[in-house]
Ligand binder design. Structure first.
Ligand SMILES: Cc1cc2nc3c(=O)[nH]c(=O)nc-3n(C[C@H](O)[C@H](O)[C@H](O)COP(=O)(O)OP(=O)(O)OC[C@H]3O[C@@H](n4cnc5c(N)ncnc54)[C@H](O)[C@@H]3O)c2cc1C
Length: 420
């Protein structure tokens, strides 16, 4: 993608273009209630666009939090460059500006047959359509204490804990990042974490090192960009080790027991960022929407309806679903618009768009002054009934413009399109 096209892409990424020309009257949707569970990039975007394009709909957003803390951009919180408040987006904007009704408690299950959501308080909400977007849950690692070895993979208190640990680390100390097997949330983000922290160490912690223990056989996102960074500008700081399985954690001794190519050993470090393997949000398992033996929820990518309850108007978005598209905030925002479009069409008695497209993007900082970018577009493939990556690109090299203007501009657009 050349620079002009990339700028255009950044400008439209959050504009809801797919919905701008809906070819039917929305009044057929009059009064119908849509309940959205989870106010992250997927759920917040869906709630906002349902009200924008279906002003007669009743839209209820259920989330125990009153604000969403964005993981996107959160690696820069670790080094103090971005205050976490800049990434904290209150849901009040969705109610004040768009009339979304807010319910501040967790949903505990879905009764698909009766179109009813049960909340933790015992209250219930009936719906015509429900959107489930509860993000991720973690597969446990034996001995893993999140208060000692933060995952910092759901932003908020975990992010600031890891930040405090990194800031308090002595010069010459070692920071371990343990990366799980794919698929996990944001394939570029653990490596971005390494470049951002390596840059911080270079300027603030003489002699400090980063050891990346990757369960995968190779760098899982933006391989060329991060290989160049780890073997180039950060060759004296970062050691990258593939094919490492973490078997157990010892919080007291800050130790990981690992296996690499059949050989068991252990690693100790001052700061350990253990990112566990991931699966769909618990709500989806509790509601019977993930098949036995699977980790994510199957959906029809034309409308994100659960394939386990195809006629029940249960839609699943974002990191919890299993279409194989990138698990990313940009993608969650994109899926939300396809799903909203499909719900509005359904309420008007129409079939979903037969050829949806979605996009994912990231603009990882590589140094204090440079950043890179990647984008992937997915198109619906009717033969396989799946979304396939139809084009993909990565910056030829990190540049100052991307770090100073294009990356921050993209993030501001994405946050404001999803939450404001
Ligand atoms: C360090 C890091 C960097 C990243 N960088 C990028 C990037 O550069 N670009 C990019 O596009 N993506 C990036 N991502 C990925 C992105 O953050 C996720 O893919 C995105 O947040 C997924 O959105 P979601 O709506 O599916 O889930 P989430 O954003 O996690 O939202 C889930 C919401 O559901 C709520 N919830 C959970 N259970 C319940 C329940 N039972 N009842 C009610 N509510 C519930 C939660 O409170 C939460 O608000 C990054 C992630 C990390 C960790």
């Amino acid at each position: 993608m050349n620079s002009l096209n990339r700028r255009k892409f950044i400008q439209v990424c959050g504009s809801g273009l797919a919905l701008a020309t809906l070819p039917f009257s929305l009044h057929a949707a009059s009064g119908a209630r849509v309940v959205v569970i989870g106010g992250g990039f997927a759920g917040a975007t869906a709630a906002k666009y349902l009200r924008l394009f279906g002003p007669d709909l009743q839209v209820t957003l259920v989330d125990p939090a009153t604000a969403h803390v964005s993981c996107v951009g959160s690696n820069l919180v670790l080094t103090g460059e971005t205050p976490i408040g800049e990434l904290t987006k209150p849901f009040a904007a969705l109610s004040d500006k768009y009339g979304v009704e807010l319910v501040s408690e967790p949903a505990v299950s879905i009764d698909a047959a009766n179109k009813r959501v049960s909340l933790a308080s015992g209250a219930t909400l009936d719906y015509e359509h429900v959107i489930l977007a509860p993000g991720i849950d973690f597969e446990p690692v034996s001995g893993h204490d999140f208060n000692v070895m933060p995952h910092a993979w759901i932003a908020g208190a975990q992010t600031t804990l890891l930040q405090e640990q990194l800031m308090a680390m002595a010069d010459g100390g070692t920071f371990v990042i343990a990366i799980p097997k794919t698929p996990f949330r944001a394939h570029t983000a653990p490596y971005e974490r390494a470049t951002v922290v390596a840059d911080y160490f270079q300027r603030n912690k003489p002699g400090a090192k980063i050891l990346i223990l990757d369960a995968n056989a190779a760098i899982a996102g933006m391989n060329r960009t991060f290989t160049e960074a780890f073997t180039g500008v950060y060759r004296d700081i970062v050691e990258y080790v593939p094919n490492v399985t973490v078997n157990a954690a010892d919080a007291l001794n800050r130790r990981l027991d690992i296996t690499r190519e059949g050989t068991a050993s252990s690693v100790t470090a001052e700061v350990i960022n253990l990112i566990p393997a991931q699966k769909a949000g618990k709500l989806l398992f509790d509601s019977g929407l993930v098949p036995d033996g699977s980790k994510f929820a199957p959906v029809n990518p034309l409308n994100y309806a659960s394939t386990l309850a195809p006629e029940a108007n249960v839609h699943i978005l974002g990191d919890s679903q299993s279409t194989g598209q990138a698990k990313s905030g940009h993608m969650a925002n994109s899926q939300a618009k396809v799903c909203v479009d499909a719900i509005l069409r359904d309420l008007a008695g129409l079939a979903p768009d037969p050829a949806p497209k979605t996009t994912a993007a990231a603009f990882p900082p590589i140094t204090r002054r440079t950043a890179s970018w990647t984008t992937t577009t997915y198109s619906f493939d009717a033969a396989s009934m799946s979304m396939v990556a139809s084009s993909s690109a990565e910056a030829p090299k990190p540049t100052k413009d991307i770090r100073k203007e294009e990356g921050p501009g993209w993030l501001i657009n994405l946050l404001s399109d999803s939450f404001a």
